[in-house]
Design a protein around this ligand. Structure first.
Ligand code: S3P
Length: 187
């Protein structure tokens, strides 16, 4: 069996007592949205991508927000959408790679009951290649300068580790296998 054809559990087989929200954190390219979608489907829960909510709410792409208003405005908008997402039950939430760096967001994650934070971990070169190969750096303004992006990655690593109750090393795992590992960890 390869990683790609790892079996998925049927939604009816999975119940996670005392968990109402699973939040996926990690650097850009970690697979938060892809894994989050798969995980939500397995659990029969909703899926929220806070980046998509920010873009939808403000009818503007993140890249344009950065260039028109700066990162600070984006971060305020991101916190507002994270708070909104954490108001929902039975949801998997993928947050932007920089969200855990903001104290307000860390407090929201810590203080929202029945919320489990999971860190999707992978080495920087793998993450950078995935993002740039997939979509080009322009979609993610933080990647425009590779050296600065790596510095951010190093700064964020200890924050990701502190915020999360579980980490999954995703470098050698397909998204479906990562989702399955999360279900097993929590179940
Ligand atoms: C960012 C990550 C992006 C997005 C924004 C800033 C960051 O989300 O929120 O471009 O600072 O790491 P993804 O991690 O989903 O790509």
């Amino acid at each position: 069996m390869t990683l790609l054809d790892a079996p998925t559990l049927s939604p009816s087989a999975i119940a996670l007592p005392s968990v109402a929200r699973i939040v996926l954190i990690g650097f850009m390219g970690a697979g938060k949205s892809t894994v989050g979608n798969l995980l939500a489907r397995q659990l029969n829960w909703g899926f929220i991508d806070t980046d998509a909510w920010v873009e939808e709410r403000h009818a503007c792409t993140i890249a344009s927000m950065f260039s028109q208003h700066g990162e600070r405005v984006f971060r305020q908008r991101e916190s507002a959408q994270l708070a909104r997402a954490l108001g929902r039950d039975k949801v998997v939430i993928a947050v932007g790679g920089g969200a855990p760096e903001v104290l307000t967001n860390r407090l929201l994650l810590e203080q929202t009951p029945a919320t489990t934070v999971i860190f999707l971990d992978a080495p920087f070169p793998t993450l950078f290649d995935r993002c740039v190969l997939q979509e080009g750096a322009a979609v993610r303004p933080v990647l425009l300068d590779a050296a600065a992006a790596e510095q951010r990655f190093q700064q964020r690593l200890p924050i990701y580790r502190r915020c999360a109750v579980h980490s999954v090393a995703t470098e050698a795992l397909a998204p479906a296998a990562t989702a399955q590992q999360i279900v097993q960890m929590l179940g």
